[in-house]
Design a binder for this molecule. Structure first.
Ligand code: PMV
Length: 332
């Protein structure tokens, strides 16, 4: 067997500001305690082979720069990321990549960005190269662009750096890490936050939801601008609430944000019903997370409520998560 390198990256949830983050408004997102693992092995077949629960893809090494050849492949962003890492390092080899995830794909938990960041780190590692997180982030956003055309970069940021992040126009501030900013009196924000993540079981398509929002914005600019202002105001207030660890206020703002996304047209009856059920069972607040149209909802809970909520929503796939500290890591 050839050389092997393993890297992993966390799932993510957007707490505040999705969609409007694409238009330069601020958003807050966190890494979750679920991960995807990329195991890369050098092969002598001169091909890039990617395997995941989505199937298996094989691209000859000499064709990995020809994105048109694999534009409909479910692993196209992975092959594209591999091509970019090899070009950057000027090292080329056939490689088998196995992607194993303990969270579902297509559910708004950042599987696309997590698989690309883990793959980028594992390919760099297999060539013995040290790649900075900033470089992994940049390459992951490029891979996302192949899939979503105009990604804000927030998914790649969380999957790369981990933690609780404020994201605006490519500017990233980690909120939860103590000592992050010497000027900030309230470091280590949000560390005790706990969420129940509930999957609607409906696969969503980020690209088409982003396009839907775009055409809605073009057809009613005034309404869109005022929704964007509201999203920004909610996110800014959430920053203060997180700083004060005011769970009731954070919850209220989450539910308000869901209402805004509903108004934007990206929720649906199933997501609304799960949000309502979470609230009825004692969550501080709940909202859809990510692009909408399916995927997951998140609900803020405290210690004992998490299990109550899991029971009440047992017909859905769900799990409890705090903020995951680690972003992308080399595991071996
Ligand atoms: O892929 P999802 O469902 O996590 O959504 C991405 C978040 C959006 O704001 C809708 C798009 C973006 O690029 O930020």
């Amino acid at each position: 067997m050839g050389r092997v390198a393993v890297a992993s990256a966390p799932a993510k949830a957007i707490l505040f500001g999705e969609h409007f983050v694409v238009y330069g408004k601020p958003a807050i997102a966190m890494a979750l305690n679920r991960r995807v693992r990329a195991t890369s092995t050098i092969n002598d077949r001169g091909e890039v082979r990617v395997r995941s629960s989505l199937g298996s893809s094989t691209i000859p090494l000499e064709s990995i720069d020809d994105t048109q050849l694999y534009e409909h492949d479910p692993h196209r962003h992975i092959v594209f990321a591999v091509a970019n890492v090899m070009r950057l390092l000027n090292r080329y080899a056939g490689v088998d990549i196995l992607l194993e995830s303990d969270f579902p794909y297509g559910m708004g938990l950042g599987a696309s960005a997590a698989t690309s960041t883990a793959t980028i780190a594992s390919i760099a590692s297999i060539f013995g190269a040290e790649m900075s997180k900033d470089e992994v982030f940049r390459l992951s956003v490029e891979a996302e662009r192949l899939v979503h055309k105009n990604p804000s970069g927030i998914d790649s940021a969380v999957c790369t750096y981990g933690g609780l992040l404020l994201f605006k126009d490519g500017m990233i501030e980690r909120l939860d890490r103590k000592g992050y900013s010497p000027l900030d009196q309230c470091q280590g924000q949000g560390q005790g936050l706990q969420f129940v993540v509930v999957s609607s079981g409906m696969v969503k398509d980020t690209g088409s939801m982003v396009m839907k929002v775009k055409s809605r914005g073009e057809s009613n600019r005034e309404e869109f601008a005022s929704l964007a202002e509201m999203s920004e105001a909610i996110t800014v207030q959430a920053l203060y609430a997180i700083r004060c660890n005011d769970l009731a206020r954070i919850g209220e703002l989450l539910t308000l944000n869901h209402g805004l996304l509903k108004r934007l047209g990206v929720s649906n009856d199933t997501l609304d019903a799960i949000v309502y059920e979470a609230l009825r069972n004692g969550a501080y607040g709940a909202k859809l997370t990510g692009a909408g149209g399916g995927g997951c909802i998140i609900s803020l809970v405290d210690g004992s409520r998490g299990k109550v909520l899991l029971n009440a929503l047992s017909r859905y796939e769900a799990f409890i998560s705090g903020i995951e500290d680690d972003g992308v890591i080399i595991e071996g």
